[in-house]
Design a protein around this ligand. Sequence first.
Ligand code: SF4
Length: 55
Amino acid sequence: MDKMNYNHSIKCSVTKCSNHAQGDDYCALSQIKVGTHEMNPTDVKCVDCESFRKE
Ligand code: SF4
């Protein structure tokens, strides 16, 4: 993973993710997958970045 590959289209503050660009609030992936863990999502907390990987 190239940590200098800031994707300015994907802002993210989850610095504990191994895909985080570090140094600034961006993801380093070219794309991510977002999903939900609920049947009827109603709020921002209902959705998840499914590309998250433990550092
Ligand atoms: S994979 Fe998801 S959680 Fe991880 S840095 Fe990228 S956007 Fe953030």
